[in-house]
Write a protein that binds this ligand. Structure first.
Ligand SMILES: *[C@@H]1O[C@H](CO)[C@@H](O)[C@H](O)[C@H]1NC(C)=O
Ligand SMILES: *[C@@H]1O[C@H](CO)[C@@H](O)[C@H](O)[C@H]1NC(C)=O
Ligand SMILES: *[C@@H]1O[C@H](CO)[C@@H](O)[C@H](O)[C@H]1NC(C)=O
Ligand SMILES: *[C@@H]1O[C@H](CO)[C@@H](O)[C@H](O)[C@H]1NC(C)=O
Length: 568
C-alpha cells in the first residue's frame, strides 16, 4: 500500500500537471432548475475564469445568535451591551482544522485562496471552469436571464469532499443568480410631479390629517415630521452615523440635495451633505445624467430628515457584480465603528438566491446586529409577486430574521397599506420567537386562505412601514414624486438614527438590532394600520389587519412614543 502511494506521488512530481487523487464527494447544494426567468443556454467554456468565494463553517454561530438576542431583547440583563468587533469575530472564525483541511484540498487542485473577511470565514480564489468543475464535482453552464439577456455561469449542483463536511458552508456564486435590484424598479418608481396638484383621497378637511399633509401639497419632510412627530432640531452626537447603500453606480447629486434642503428644510444649513464611502470602486459622479431617482431620494430623505446626523452614502461599484451583497456587508463588518443604522432600498426575489448563501449573508447581518447596527431594507414593490407564480414571492434580504424590513403606506387618517408593498413569509427562514405571537395571531385570522401559496412556518415581513407613495424630492434640478418601499426604508432609518442620537447623547447604547424591541416594548409606539392589501400572483394578496400583518408590519412609527419605548 505504502509503496503504491509513493509511486503515485513520484509520478505526480514528474508531471507538469498532476491529477489529484479523487476523493469521495458529497453534494453541498443543488436545485432542480434555475430561478424563473432564466434558461440554460449551453455549456460554459472550460477556460472561462470564475472568481469564487468559499464560506467556512464558523466555530460557534449558535453562540453568536444567543449573544445577539441577549443584547437586543429589552428584558435581558445584557440589553444594549453590544459586542466588539473582536468578540463577534471569535464566534465566526472557522476552526483551525477547517482552514488546514480546506487549504490542503485546494492545494491538491493547485488553487491558492486568500482570506476575504476579518474573521477568516470567507476565502476567495479564482479557477477556470475546468478546474472548478473538477474541484466541486460541478457542471458549470451558461444561463441567460430571458428578459435582459444577461448571462451567468452557474451550476445547479456542486459538492465537496465528504471528509470536509462540517468545514465548508458554501461556494458562491454557484446556485445564486443574484444582483441587487432597486426595490422600486418594478413599479416605475419615478414619476414627474403633475402640473395640477396630486389628488388624495380622504386628505382634505380631515381633522386628524396633519396640516402639512393636507392636499394640494405633495408629501414633503414637513408632512412626515408632523405625521410621525419627528423632531426638527439638530442631532448632537458626532459619533452617531447613518449609512445609505447605493448599487450599480446610481449616483446621488449634490446640487439636487442642496435644492431639496433649501426648499424643504430651510431651517437646515443648505450645504449639509453626506460622506462618500466607496466599495468595489464605487464613485459618485456629479453630471446630472449620472444621478438616479433612487439614490437622490435615499440621500435626500436621510440627510433631510435625520437632521444633523452624519450620513454616509456607501456606493458599491458595478464591478462587485454577483458579490455585491457580500462585499457590502463585509465592508461594514471590516469597519471598527460601522454606522449604527444602515438603510438599503434594493432587494431580490428569495428564489434568485440559494438558501445556503441567504443564510450566510443573513448571519453576517446578525454579526452587525450584535455589534449594535440596525440593518433596514425596503421590502420590495411587487406585492406578493408578479405574473403567474407557483408561490408568493418573499424577498432577500428582507426574509432574514436579523434585519428590519420596511413596507409602504399611503393616505392619511387613517393610513392604508400601499398595494405595491411586498410582504409575506420566507420559505428559507422560519419565524423566530420575537415575532411568533404576532405572526400566529395573523395566521389564525387568515385561516386557510392562500394555503399552499406561502410557508406558514416562515419569518413574516415587513416589520414596520411608513408613507411610500408620491413623496416629493429633487432630481436633475426639478421636483419629482417617488413611489415605493424604497421611500419608506430611508424615512424609517432617519427616525431610528434620531432616537440613537438621543440615546448616545444621554450616554446610552444605540438600539442595534431592532426587532426584539419592536415586537415587545416598542410595539405600542406604532400606529396600527388595519386596511390595505398587497395584490399579486393573480390574487388580492394579504389583507392588513388589527395587529401585525404582512403588508404594513406593526404599523407606522410615532417618534414621541418610540423615544419613551427607548427609555428616553
Ligand atoms: C500561490 O501563492 C503564492 C504566494 O503568493 C505564489 O508564490 C504561488 O505561485 C501561488 N500558486 C499558485 C498555484 O497560484
Ligand atoms: C432575479 O435576477 C435577475 C438577474 O439578476 C434579475 O434581472 C431579476 O430582476 C431578479 N428577480 C427578482 C424578482 O429580483
Ligand atoms: C421550519 O419549521 C418547520 C416546521 O416546524 C420544520 O419542518 C423545518 O425544518 C424548519 N426549517 C428550518 C430551516 O429550521
Ligand atoms: C410559536 O408558537 C407556536 C404556537 O404557540 C409554538 O408551537 C411554536 O413552537 C412557537 N415557535 C417559536 C419559534 O417560538
Amino acid at each position: 500500500m505504502l509503496h503504491t502511494g509513493l509511486t503515485v506521488l513520484a509520478a505526480c512530481f514528474a508531471l507538469a500537471q498532476c491529477t489529484p487523487a479523487r476523493r469521495a464527494m458529497r453534494t453541498l447544494e443543488s436545485r432542480a432548475a434555475p430561478p424563473s426567468g432564466f434558461v440554460h443556454s449551453g455549456p460554459a467554456s472550460s477556460s472561462t475564469v470564475l472568481h469564487l468565494r468559499m464560506a467556512l463553517v464558523p466555530n460557534d454561530i449558535a453562540g453568536l445568535e444567543e449573544a445577539l438576542y441577549s443584547v437586543s431583547t429589552p428584558s435581558s440583563p445584557r440589553y444594549g451591551q453590544h459586542l466588539s468587533k473582536q468578540e463577534v469575530e471569535q464566534f465566526v472564525a472557522p476552526k483551525a482544522d477547517s482552514v488546514a483541511a480546506v487549504n490542503s484540498w485546494l492545494a491538491e487542485h493547485s488553487i491558492n485562496a486568500t482570506t476575504l473577511t476579518p474573521a477568516g470565514d470567507w476565502l476567495s480564489f479564482s479557477a477556470t471552469v475546468k478546474q472548478a468543475s473538477a474541484l466541486l464535482d460541478a457542471d458549470f453552464a451558461v444561463f441567460t436571464h430571458e428578459e435582459t439577456g444577461e448571462t451567468f455561469v452557474r451550476t445547479l449542483s456542486y459538492g465537496i469532499p465528504a471528509d470536509l463536511s462540517g468545514h465548508v458552508e458554501l461556494v458562491h456564486p454557484t446556485l445564486s443568480f443574484s444582483i441587487p435590484r432597486r426595490s422600486g424598479s418594478a413599479f416605475h418608481a419615478v414619476q414627474p410631479v403633475q402640473s395640477s396638484p396630486v389628488k388624495r383621497s380622504a386628505a382634505v378637511g380631515d381633522a386628524t390629517t396633519p396640516a402639512a399633509c393636507a392636499s394640494p401639497t405633495p408629501i414633503r419632510p414637513k408632512c412626515l415630521q408632523e405625521l410621525y412627530s419627528i423632531p426638527t432640531a439638530l442631532a448632537k452626537s458626532s459619533s452617531n452615523h447613518l449609512g445609505v447603500i447605493g448599487y450599480n453606480d446610481n449616483s446621488a447629486n449634490l446640487d439636487d440635495l442642496q435644492l431639496f434642503l433649501t426648499n424643504f428644510r430651510p431651517d437646515l444649513n443648505p450645504s449639509t451633505t453626506f460622506t462618500l464611502d466607496s466599495v468595489d470602486g464605487g464613485t459618485n459622479p456629479q453630471d446630472p445624467s449620472d444621478s438616479t431617482g433612487e439614490t437622490n431620494f435615499d440621500t435626500q430623505y436621510t440627510v433631510g430628515l435625520a437632521s444633523g446626523v452624519p450620513a454616509h452614502f456607501i456606493q458599491v461599484g458595478e464591478e462587485s457584480g454577483h458579490d455585491a451583497w457580500l462585499d457590502t456587508v463585509n465592508y461594514l463588518l471590516s469597519q471598527s465603528a460601522p454606522p449604527q443604522v444602515v438603510t438599503t432600498s434594493y432587494a431580490e426575489a428569495e428564489d434568485n438566491v440559494s438558501q445556503a448563501y441567504a443564510t450566510k449573508i443573513c448571519s453576517m447581518y446578525m454579526q452587525l446586529g450584535a455589534r449594535g447596527t440596525s440593518m433596514l431594507f425596503a421590502s420590495g414593490d411587487s406585492g406578493v409577486g408578479q405574473g403567474s407564480c407557483k408561490q408568493f414571492v418573499a424577498t432577500f434580504p428582507n426574509h432574514c430574521p436579523y434585519v428590519t424590513s420596511v413596507g409602504a403606506t399611503t393616505g392619511f387618517a387613517p393610513e392604508t397599506g400601499a398595494t405595491l408593498t411586498t410582504g409575506g413569509f420566507s420559505t428559507y427562514f422560519n419565524v423566530t420567537q420575537y415575532q411568533n405571537q404576532s405572526v400566529q395571531a395573523y395566521l389564525s385570522k387568515l385561516g386557510s386562505e392562500y394555503s399552499g401559496l406561502f410557508n406558514k412556518f416562515g419569518r413574516g415581513f415587513p416589520d414596520v412601514s411608513t408613507q411610500g407613495v408620491k413623496v416629493e424630492y429633487f432630481w436633475r434640478g426639478a421636483e419629482w414624486l417617488f413611489t415605493g418601499t424604497s421611500v419608506a426604508s430611508p424615512i424609517f432609518a432617519s427616525i431610528i438614527a434620531l432616537i440613537n442620537d438621543e440615546l448616545i447623547t444621554a450616554g446610552k447604547s444605540p438600539l442595534g438590532f431592532l426587532n426584539p424591541w419592536l415586537y415587545s416594548t416598542a410595539a405600542s409606539a406604532f400606529t396600527d394600520i388595519t386596511s390595505g392589501n398587497n395584490p399579486g400572483c393573480g390574487t388580492n394578496g394579504f389583507p392588513a389587519e388589527v395587529g401585525w400583518d404582512p403588508v404594513t408590519g406593526l404599523g407606522t412609527p410615532n417618534y414621541a412614543k418610540l423615544r419613551t419605548a427607548a427609555g428616553l
